[in-house]
Each structure stands twice: as C-alpha cells, then as structure tokens.
Design a binder for this molecule. Structure first.
Ligand code: UD1
Length: 339
C-alpha cells in the first residue's frame, strides 16, 4: 500500500517514514526542504534498507501535486508539512496561514477528486490552550490558541472535519504533546536550524557549548519547582502511533468519520526536571539562568492518552531519560558530520 507523507524529511515525518517502511508500506515523500536537509533521505535509506520515492517541492504548487497523484496509486496520506515556529508565526501570520492552510486544502482537493480516504493530520496540544483541568483528554474544550501557528492547527482540524462529513471520508487528528528525542541509530533527529525555540534542542546545544546558557523562562509558576510543566513524548513512540492510526483507518470499520487522539506520556515534567534528567542521562552539565516568563506560555499541559491505548493499542514506552540520551547521541552525530 502506498502512503503519501508530506514533510516526510522533517523531524516527526522522517521518524514516521522509517516506521512505515519497517511495516512494509511503500512511501512517497513530498518535502520542500525548507526546514530540513537532503541527507535525512539517505539516512532513512541506511536505517531501513529501503528507498522511499522523494519529490522536493512546495505543496502550494498544485500542478506538481497532481502529477504525484497521477504517478502513484496513493491510498492514504499523513500530512506533516507545515511551518511550526510559534514566535515566527506572530511576526508572519499571513505566511503561516498561506502555507499551512493552502497545502492542506490542495491535498484535500486531490484526495476528494480521486476518492481517496485515510488521512492523518499532525495536530498539536496547542489547540487546548491552557486547559482548566489536568490531564487533558480529547473531550477537553478547545480554546483559541495564542499564536497564529496554533490557529492554523485548529483551523486545519475544522477543515478536515468538514471534508470528512461532506465526502464521507475517514480521517484521524493526532494531537501531539511535546515531541523530543532522536532515532536510536542517531541518524535522524531535530535539526537545529538557527537558534532553537524549543526546550530540548536548546538544552542539547547548551550542553555542547554551542549556546552559553539555557534561559529558563520563569520560575514563578504555581508548580512544585516554579517552572512550567509539559508532557515530553519520545519521537519514535510518536512515529509508531502514526502507523497504528493508519492501520486502524485502513482495517477497522468505525462508526465515526473523525477520530481524535492525544499522543503524550500522561506524565508532566517541569523545565528544571528536563534539564536535570538531561544532565543525569548524559553526564554533562547544562548551565542555565532563570529569566522572565516567555509571552504566551502556559503553566501546565499533560495528556490523558488512554483513548490511544484503548483504540490504537498504543502507548508511550520510552522514559524521559532514555529519550534524552538519544538527543545527546544525535548531537555527537551532527558534530562528526561537520568535521
Ligand atoms: C510549543 C508550542 C506547541 C508546539 C511545540 C512544538 C504553543 C504555546 N506551544 O510548545 O504548540 O507544538 O512548541 O514545536 O504554541 N523553555 C525554556 N527555555 C527555552 C525554551 C523553552 O525555559 O529556551 C520552556 C518553555 O517556557 C516551556 C517549556 O520549556 O515551559 C517547553 O517549551 P517548548 O519546547 O518551546 O514547547 P511549548 O512551548 O510547550
């Protein structure tokens, strides 16, 4: 069965392509290389011994997209390709709406015209905003996200719900909590392009001496150590959930057209817990300073992922420390590549 993976050379996309190939799916990747590098494709081939088909273009180019659908018998799609930097989305909202929404719409036009079902959308826990109670399950009311990035995810979900209802197509929305870590082979991971915004890539670069000090954004939150709490989910575990979700879409008849799953560990960790777990896992120091809170940050978010366990047979398997160990191996790999 051939699956189209958009953004398949990106961070979560590349790990998911590996899991799909390992589960005997054929994979066609479209990725415009705007936030990744070509060597990731070679590394996917080295890890799996298989060669996915790759098209380097922007999904806004409708005519090229049509050609891909003409050339392959695509039977499902996992859509990762999107801009994802929260801060940047505030400076360039129109670019975010244009990129994230038009790519989705163009894909859905093709799926509709060719009567293809089985669509999985990369969504985010950002759609919940600061939820009123923890843990967050799928019935938690959505709040308007603070960032334009978050709004594109919420709008994407709405577009997909309308698509599913109007055209009787089955779709799955996966709401990720905070993905971290790298592939155990150390050949795939989050590429630090520019100054990292997210916590773990920043911690990694600080430990490596690329950055002088980590800024811990706020220690006056109403939490035990005063720093904000998130649910850090290992990227390979996350990638495996996509395969399970796809298998369910394909094989299990369901009464619902739209399935939504939270993907997290169910456990919250504070910023300082992550810093200390990284130090312990890798026997390195992570110098840090306490700074003011970052605008738009929430206090706490962690998942209730019971629905994914019950319906997909999926749960997070990897501890925070194990995940952070793979981050350091990835940093070492990147350093040897530079030499
Ligand atoms: C953000 C987005 C989320 C997106 C995710 C992955 C929001 C509100 N959040 O999550 O939608 O899916 O990125 O891209 O839209 N921190 C520091 N110092 C740093 C960096 C981070 O203390 O240098 C802290 C933050 O304040 C936060 C925690 O670490 O408490 C995690 O931050 P980050 O990795 O940026 O993820 P989120 O903001 O949770």
């Amino acid at each position: 069965m051939t699956i189209l993976v958009t953004g398949g050379l990106g961070y979560i996309g590349s790990h998911t392509v590996v899991e799909l190939l390992n589960n005997n799916f054929d994979v066609v990747i479209i990725d415009d290389l705007s936030n990744t590098e070509r060597f990731i494709l070679k590394n996917i081939e080295e890890i799996t011994g298989k060669k996915p088909i790759f098209y380097p273009f922007d999904l806004k180019r409708k005519e090229l997209l049509k050609q891909v659908f003409d050339a392959h018998k695509i039977e499902g799609c996992i859509h990762f390709a999107a801009y994802k930097a929260v801060g940047e989305s505030q400076e360039k909202p129109i670019d975010y709406y244009e990129n994230n929404l038009f790519s989705l719409i163009n894909l859905l036009q093709e799926m509709k015209e060719r009567n293809i079902s089985n669509f999985i959308f990369s969504s985010s826990c950002t759609v919940y905003g600061q939820a009123d109670k923890m843990p967050i399950d799928e019935n938690t009311p959505l709040k308007l996200p603070e960032s334009s990035y978050g709004k594109t995810k919420q709008m994407g979900e709405e577009i997909l719900k309308d698509f599913a209802t109007a055209h009787q197509k089955k779709i799955t929305l996966l709401r990720y909590f905070n993905p971290i870590g790298a592939h155990p082979s150390a050949k795939l991971g989050e590429l630090p392009i520019g100054i990292p915004n997210n916590l773990v890539p920043y911690v990694m670069q600080t430990a490596a001496g690329v950055r002088e000090k980590l800024s811990v954004w706020g220690d006056d939150y109403p939490t035990e150590d005063g720093t904000a709490i998130r649910d850090y989910i290992y990227v390979v575990d996350l990638a495996k959930a996509h395969v399970k979700a796809l298998q369910k879409l394909i094989n299990v008849s369901s009464d619902t057209l739209v399935d939504i799953y939270n993907l997290g560990t169910g456990k919250g960790s504070s910023v300082l817990e992550v810093v200390h777990a990284f130090e312990k896992a890798n026997d390195v120091a992570v110098p840090y300073q306490i700074c003011e809170r970052r605008a738009g940050d929430i206090t706490i978010a962690y998942a209730n992922a019971d629905k994914a366990e019950k319906e997909l047979g999926w749960k997070s398997e990897t501890s925070l420390e194990e995940a952070l160990r793979t981050v350091w191996q990835w940093q070492k790999y990147l350093e040897t590549r530079e030499k």
